[in-house]
Design a binder for this molecule. Structure first.
Ligand code: 9WO
Length: 246
């Protein structure tokens, strides 16, 4: 899958891809990431891409002409790929959005800087995504978040097929359960007996139960409106009973 990132700081994108699983995926040809710098499309002295906001106020706004020229170039290089703008005003990105994006041939991502982009660029933008309700200094980290989240769903990205389906959210819509590895005893803390039992049915049941309990207490927003299976009702009842809730 091909990603084209529009940014005045291409080094931020390339630097992250230099190491780790994403870099390796690029080396193995599973993804391709290209950057486009709006400065290269500026007709102004010093390759200027920002100016003061009409109406006054602090900071600078990214100008429309170099951004639009840059988007056109990226579109020509990645035909059929939608253009996504990363901003706190966007639709909150969820696991199912990443799944949907992983089915596309490519993506063009626009990472803004300063106080934002000229609104007239939005006509060339197909979708607007937020990775969380906070403000950063630019859209580069959110673009990398999106690329990493989509890439690990692509066939061949992970060593073990199926590991991407078993993690938080995918299919179950639940948070992940706890994990343990050696040593079996660390200071006063021990590994739950069930995980050492070798009884795979009981282990799967315990993990499902812990995922349910964690989601209910930590993420009431994800829990609300959730339809429980009969098995899940039983798992919760059993846990609540052990806690003395009845
Ligand atoms: C800066 C600013 C300064 C004073 C008052 C209001 C302000 N808003 C902003 C602002 O939103 N700046 C953005 C910086 C402009 C677009 C790129 N930037 C950005 C993207 N920050 N955070 C994101 C982002 C993107 C996706 N998901 C979460 C955050």
């Amino acid at each position: 899958m091909r990603f084209d990132v529009i940014t005045i700081f291409p080094g931020l994108i390339r630097g992250y891809l230099h190491e780790g699983v994403l870099g390796r995926a690029e080396g193995r040809g599973i993804i391709r990431v290209e950057t486009w710098n709006p400065r290269d499309f500026s007709q102004l002295p010093h390759q200027r891409v920002d100016d003061r906001p009409f109406g006054g106020g602090p900071g600078m706004v990214m100008m429309a002409p170099p951004l639009l020229a840059c988007i056109s170039a990226a579109r020509a290089a990645n035909p059929g790929a939608p253009v996504g703008y990363l901003s706190p005003q966007g639709k909150p990105l969820r696991q199912n959005d990443l799944q949907n994006m992983a089915g596309r041939p490519g993506l063009i991502l626009l990472a803004g800087r300063y106080e934002g982009i000229d609104e007239r660029v939005m006509g060339a933008v197909d979708e607007e995504w937020s990775v969380g309700d906070y403000v950063l200094a630019g859209g580069e980290l959110p673009a990398l978040v999106l690329i990493e989240g989509v890439s690990r769903l692509l066939p061949g990205f992970l060593g073990h097929p199926g590991s991407a389906e078993e993690d938080s959210f995918s299919s179950s819509g639940l948070l992940d359960c706890q994990h343990y590895t050696r040593p079996e005893r660390w200071n006063d803390e021990v590994v739950p007996d069930v995980l050492l039992s070798g009884d795979h049915r009981r282990i799967a049941r315990w993990r499902h139960q812990q995922a349910l309990l964690r989601t209910r207490t930590r993420r009431p927003d994800l829990w609300a409106g959730r339809i429980l299976t009969r098995e899940e009702e039983i798992l919760l009842q059993e846990a609540d009973m052990a806690e003395g809730k009845y």
